[in-house]
Design a protein around this ligand. Structure first.
Ligand code: SAM
Length: 267
C-alpha cells in the first residue's frame, strides 16, 4: 500500500498516487490564490514558514524567493524530490528544507513556525480536526495558519438538487471525502473557528482561464503529465476511474471553487 492511501485502504491506486505518478500537484486558483493567501496572512520576508503538503514545491520556493525560511513537508517521496529540484533550480536551496512526513503527525516542536501554509491538502485527510490541531500546535502564539481548500458553499449545494450525488462521487474518487463527508465552505470555516476562534474566510469560484494559466506556467511538465496521464488511462483501471470522475468537474463550473481560511493563534 502506498503512503498516500490514507482512506481508501482497499484501493491500489489513489488520486494522490496519480498526482505523484504524473509529477503534478496544484491547487485551484493557481498562483493568484497563493498570492492572495500569503498576502492576507501577512507573511513577511524573514518569517519561518511551514508549507504543509508542499507538492512540487512551488509555494515553498516562492516564499523562499520572498526571503522567508521554509520547511516543506509532503507524504509522497516523489513530491519531496521534485521540491528539492525546484529549490535548486530557483536558487533557494539555502532557504528551504523538505521533509517526507505525514501532516497528521508533524515532527516539529510546538510553537516553531511564524506561519503555516496549507493549499489543497487537508481535504485528503479523513480526520480533518486532527490535522488542524497539528497545524495549531506547531505555529507560534500570534502566528498564522492559512489554508486553501476545494469546496462549494452550502447555498450552491442546496441549489444542486440531485446533482449533489455526482459532485460527491467526484470528491470520493479524489479521496476528498472526509470522515464528516464532503465539507462545504461553511463547514471548513466552522472547523477552523472551533480551533482558533476568529477566522477570516472567503470563497472564490473556479475559473478555467486561471486553471489553464497554471498549466501553461508548468510548460513541459504539463505536456509530460498529459502523455503519462493518457498512458495510465489506458493501462490502469483506477487511474481511468479517477480521470473520468475528474472530467465531470466541468459540470460544476460556476458552483465549485475554493475557500481561503486565515486563522491567527492567540498571542
Ligand atoms: C493537490 S496537491 C497540492 C500540492 C501543493 N500544496 C500545491 O498547492 O501545489 C496535495 C498534496 O498534499 C500531499 N498530501 C496529502 N495528504 C498528505 C498528508 N497526510 N501529509 C502530507 N502531505 C500530504 C500530497 O502528496 C500532495 O503533494
Amino acid at each position: 500500500m502506498s503512503n498516500a492511501s490514507q482512506k481508501q485502504d482497499n484501493e491500489k491506486f489513489s488520486y494522490l498516487d496519480l498526482l505523484a505518478s504524473l509529477g503534478s500537484a496544484k491547487h485551484i486558483g493557481g498562483r493568484g490564490a497563493t498570492e492572495k493567501l500569503i498576502g492576507e496572512a501577512g507573511i513577511k520576508p524573514g518569517s519561518y514558514v511551514l508549507d504543509v503538503g508542499c507538492g512540487m514545491g512551488k509555494t515553498s520556493c516562492m516564499l523562499a524567493g520572498m526571503g522567508c525560511r521554509v520547511v516543506g513537508v509532503d507524504i509522497m517521496p516523489r513530491m519531496i524530490k521534485e521540491s528539492k529540484a525546484r529549490a535548486w533550480q530557483t536558487g533557494v536551496s539555502d532557504k528551504t528544507t523538505f521533509v517526507e512526513c505525514d501532516a497528521r503527525s508533524l515532527p516539529f516542536e510546538p510553537e516553531t513556525f511564524d506561519a503555516v501554509v496549507v493549499e489543497s491538502v487537508t481535504v485528503f485527510m479523513d480526520d480533518v480536526e486532527r490535522a488542524i490541531k497539528g497545524y495549531y500546535r506547531v505555529v507560534k502564539p500570534g502566528g498564522i495558519v492559512c489554508d486553501n481548500e476545494v469546496c462549494v458553499t452550502r447555498e450552491a449545494l442546496e441549489k444542486m438538487g440531485d446533482r449533489v450525488d455526482d459532485l460527491k462521487s467526484v470528491f470520493t474518487a479524489f479521496g476528498s471525502t472526509t470522515s464528516k463527508g464532503m465539507l462545504t465552505f461553511e463547514d471548513w470555516k466552522e472547523i477552523y473557528e472551533s480551533q482558533f476562534g476568529g477566522v477570516k474566510a472567503s470563497h472564490y469560484l473556479m475559473d478555467m482561464n486561471t486553471e489553464m494559466e497554471t498549466r501553461r506556467e508548468d510548460g513541459f511538465k504539463t505536456f509530460a503529465a498529459a502523455i503519462k496521464s493518457m498512458w495510465l488511462y489506458m493501462t490502469n483501471p483506477d487511474a481511468k476511474r479517477i480521470i473520468d470522475e475528474g472530467n465531470k468537474m466541468g459540470q460544476f463550473m460556476g458552483e465549485f471553487g475554493y475557500g481561503l481560511f486565515i486563522c491567527r493563534k492567540n498571542a
